[in-house]
Design a protein around this ligand. Structure first.
Ligand code: PMP
Length: 340
């Protein structure tokens, strides 16, 4: 029996399941923007987030450089999706993974990484200037461990290459070479810079926008050339205070600043109206895409087409974003269906 036309091709290995994610038109955001808004379904990766791509490219890059050899170890300081992606890629290729994280992180995250087989190293929470900070600890640990490499996701540009070489061409094809704008938020900047550079290489006129949460310093950097943060955000995985190596030379045309409340409103609407359960960075991205769509329409592009990233699954946040007490304790609106 042959596969029906349009079915995804057979994957020769599990690593081939990373990327080639679906792109979906989002009805509510499109209606709100007055033009077409599309979401790249990165929750459909094996590790359920956009970071699987960075993990795979970082590991392949280390292999190509000869710094990662059979039986070697991948070390990273991260509590989140990158650790999950690295642990899965390491398993698939026969490497060990060591993830360093502050002991203040949620039990859920520790349990998840342990469940995947990563070795967890917990360190006390410390400011970045302290040599005991989890990022510095992970670098030292990689240096001291024979056969280990440090993933260094913030400043290792293999991260953004994942998006130049995979995410951007996929979006370009899926949108049938007609795209007017792209926006997303920044953790390392790999996604925004990589998709931005990749799409501009196909069509220089695509508007690339930063969508920044409150508490991050990049909105003011791109607006005024000054790193300055205002407010706070509970969004995980995004909110950057410096220009990482991945962000250097990113072709940013415009920028939006989105509050957690706006992001949460889209998280709620995507779930209730469209049946998509996502994390808060996705809600913030969608709010940014709506803002960009409206701006393009106002500039005379009535049929503008805008894409953004649906970064990870909401199932990762059951004890936070989808928990009434947690939301209330943070002073955030509780989703009506949780309030009973
Ligand atoms: N959303 C989530 C949930 C993430 O974990 C990350 C990665 N830190 C991002 C968005 C941002 O991706 P990037 O690191 O490519 O900027």
């Amino acid at each position: 029996m042959t596969a029906p036309a349009g079915a995804p091709p057979l994957a020769p290995t599990t690593l081939d399941l990373i990327g080639n994610t679906p792109l979906v038109r989002l009805a509510g955001p499109s209606a709100a923007a007055g033009c077409d808004i599309f979401g790249k379904c990165e929750f459909a990766n094996p590790g359920a987030s956009v970071k699987d791509r960075a993990a795979l490219w970082i590991v392949r890059d280390a292999e190509a450089r000869g710094s990662l050899r059979p039986g070697g170890t991948i070390v990273e300081g991260t509590a989140g999706n990158t650790g999950i992606g690295l642990a899965l890629v390491a398993n698939a290729l026969g490497y060990k993974s060591v993830i360093v994280m502050p002991e203040t992180q949620s039990r859920e995250k520790m349990d998840t990484l342990r469940a995947l087989g990563a070795e967890l190293v917990l360190v006390p929470a410390a400011p970045f200037s302290n040599p005991g900070h989890f990022v510095h600890t992970s670098r030292r640990l990689a240096e001291e461990t024979p056969g280990a490499v440090w993933a260094n996701q913030f400043d290792n540009v293999a991260n953004r290459r994942a998006h130049i070489e995979s995410t951007a061409p996929e979006i370009w094809e899926q949108m049938e070479h007609r795209i007017d704008g792209f926006t997303c938020s920044v953790g390392t900047g790999g996604t925004l810079a990589g998709v931005g550079l990749g799409l501009k290489a196909f069509d220089e006129s695509v508007t690339i926008a930063l969508t920044d949460p409150h508490g991050a310093a990049l909105y003011s950097w791109y607006a005024e050339g000054e790193l300055r943060s205002e407010g706070t955000s509970v969004a995980e995985g995004i909110g950057q205070g410096r220009v990482t190596a991945n962000l250097e030379g990113a072709p940013i045309d415009t920028q939006f600043r989105i509050s957690d409340e706006e992001g949460l409103e889209w998280v709620a609407r995507l779930l209730q109206e469209e049946g998509l359960c996502t994390g808060l960075s996705t809600g913030i991205n969608v709010a940014g895409a709506v803002a960009l769509g409206r701006q393009l329409v106002a500039q005379g592009k009535a049929d503008a087409r805008v894409a953004t990233i649906l970064c990870d699954t909401g199932f990762r946040y059951l004890s936070s974003l989808y928990n009434a007490e947690w939301l209330a304790a943070k002073g955030l609106p509780v989703f009506p269906w949780l309030a009973q």
